[in-house]
Design a protein around this ligand. Structure first.
Ligand code: GLN
Length: 193
């Protein structure tokens, strides 16, 4: 059974730990480089990407994260986690950095004020039947490079992508009790061996 970390600097860590356990993975929180070194894969939760970026630098884990993602560790980011996996943010806050790993440009808080939070049924490639997408001040993916597979769109905007062993969703499957996206990720982790 693979050991999957959840980046626990900020955000909805507990919900991901529960969802991963339900998808038959062993999961634990990760904050420090030593803890990152022990896991086979990593989930980056939803929360606030600017704060997460600052804390990652403060905890000395930003560079180790970049190295592990570059060297092919399976990684899954939701919402703020998707932003952390973007090679480029369209509208970064000053000093905001990302881990990168997915050749995409993201727009933060993209769905706008009137639609700050909403739920919508989303079709996700590789999953049978719609997934209930919970969007909370969610980003969308503005554009992707040739290596990126688009897994889901909502309202004409890209909301789930995969590049190699990196998976990202604008929405929060960890909040719904439906563990199929986490199961998709744990399958990716098992396939990576
Ligand atoms: N708007 C947040 C950000 O820019 C993301 C919100 C979320 O993760 N639910 O980081």
């Amino acid at each position: 059974t693979p050991l999957i970390g959840v980046l626990a600097l900020q955000g909805d860590v507990r919900e991901h730990l529960i969802a991963l356990a339900a998808a038959d993975a062993v999961a634990r929180p990760v904050r420090r480089p030593e803890e990152l070194a022990e896991v086979d894969a990593l989930v980056i939760p939803g929360g606030e990407s600017t704060t997460m970026s600052k804390l990652a630098t403060l905890f000395g884990v930003m560079e180790p994260l970049r190295e592990r993602v570059r060297s092919g560790m399976p990684v899954y980011g939701t919402c703020a986690g998707l932003i952390m996996l973007a090679d480029k943010i369209l509208d970064p806050r000053s000093g905001q950095e990302t881990i990168g790993g997915i050749d995409m440009i993201v727009r933060r808080n993209a769905f706008g004020r009137q639609n700050e939070s909403f739920e919508a049924a989303v079709g996700v490639a590789g999953i049978d039947g719609p997934v209930e997408g919970v969007f909370i001040r969610a980003p969308w993916v503005e554009s992707v490079g040739a290596e990126v597979e688009i897994l889901a769109e909502h309202g004409g905007h890209i909301v789930a992508v995969r590049q190699g062993r990196a998976l990202a969703t604008s929405f929060h499957p960890e909040l719904t009790g439906d563990h199929r996206v986490h199961a998709l990720f744990t399958d990716m982790v098992r396939a990576a061996g």
